[in-house]
Design a binder for this molecule. Sequence first.
Ligand code: UGA
Length: 447
Amino acid sequence: MKIAVLGMGYLGVTHAACMASLGHEVLGVDIDDEKLAKLSSGEVPFFEPGLDALTEQMVRAGRLRFSSSYRDAADFADVHFIAVGTPQKRGEFAADVSAIDSVIEELAPMLTRAVVLFGKSTAPVGTAERLRVRAQELAPAGADVELAWNPEFLREGHAIKDTLEPDRLVLGAARDGAGRAIAVAKEVYSSILEKGIPFLTVDLATAELVKISANAFLATKISFINAIAEVCEAAGADVVQLADALGYDQRIGRAFLNAGLGFGGGCLPKDIRAFMARAGELGADQALTFLREVDAINMRRRSQMVELTREVCGSLLGVRVAVLGAAFKPDSDDVRDSPALNVAGQLQLQGAAVNVYDPKATDNCRKIFPTLGYSASVVDACDRADIVLVLTEWQEFRDIEPSELASIVAHKRILDGRNCLDPQQWRASGWLYRGFGRGRSESSNGF
Ligand code: UGA
């Protein structure tokens, strides 16, 4: 099929490359010429495992090309995926949907034949129906232009697998255009559906709400375990063992019960806020007040990490802090609302001398926080450090040999902000180890 993907961010590039890998002809559209130039040479402007290789392969195969022209998209494609960003509005909780609006305003007047537009961006419920009406109003092809909603559930770091082997495909469509949208979606995704992936068809509002509810649930699960971690800390219990035990209950499950610094990134934090804002507009604000607490628990983790550092070192003034990890999660170079970078920044602002090392995110960090010190390796960052903080659980940090780092640091003190290290191993090597919610006493639970 001939497919245009509008918006070459994380979601768009992944979707475009994956659709090309399914055998479709794909045009990626963005207004940023510099980004398009990189993509055309097969270079992805962010880090996502495997995506560089897939993009390059698809470009070379001639199935994936790029353009900054909506006219090209309108002339070329029978199917359009809208994948532009919906960030948090400045100074407000609500989502900024201006990028989706401008796609419709620019593209729709050029649509002279029957096409289906699929929204993939995370949007406040009601956006899809509004855009559907607007697209049909603007398009010369009128009601032959159908707009459906096909939310995306991919995780950074697993983007290709999540796109090609999703847990489910959800398609929201308006009743009068549903037949056509469903038929086109089934054709686009035929090779995925052949594998038996569940395909759910719902109305537009439900599709929008499935997406945002999924993110709200995940955020709630993380904040739940972080709240329990606070109690564990007070009671001298171990939240990791607790989560393992909870996870065996199939109704609960172990996933997303990793206590630590909490959630960040370009999705979960802004999505729970946008969800609260939209519920308020709809008169259902009481229903989501618990998300305020989810947000508060999450943000508290960051200041607790700063306080723990102060407590262990006695003061932050002039203390040399090695920060390992700055991305909001491993296997990503994304530092949007990164808990790790937030902690590094707070420590520096409160007088510590901070040295950050991240395997992939350093360039992005420098743009946001140019005043932090940056190192090219774990060893560099830890050189004469008074304390080491592991704030993103990269495999490289899990693999560190405590004895190898011992001769490099000034003091053998390590804070595990992601509960990703083995406390016993570090303590056996003479380190002071502190995790999150893992008991204050050195001897608790036998480690
Ligand atoms: C999230 C959702 O998981 C995706 O399903 C969704 O498609 C995506 O948002 C989106 O809306 O685009 P992502 O932001 O890539 O994906 O990251 P997650 O894997 O959900 O992690 C989010 C944050 O939670 C990270 O900072 C991570 O470190 C943290 N986290 C995750 C925890 O603190 N504990 C956990 O147990 C799991």
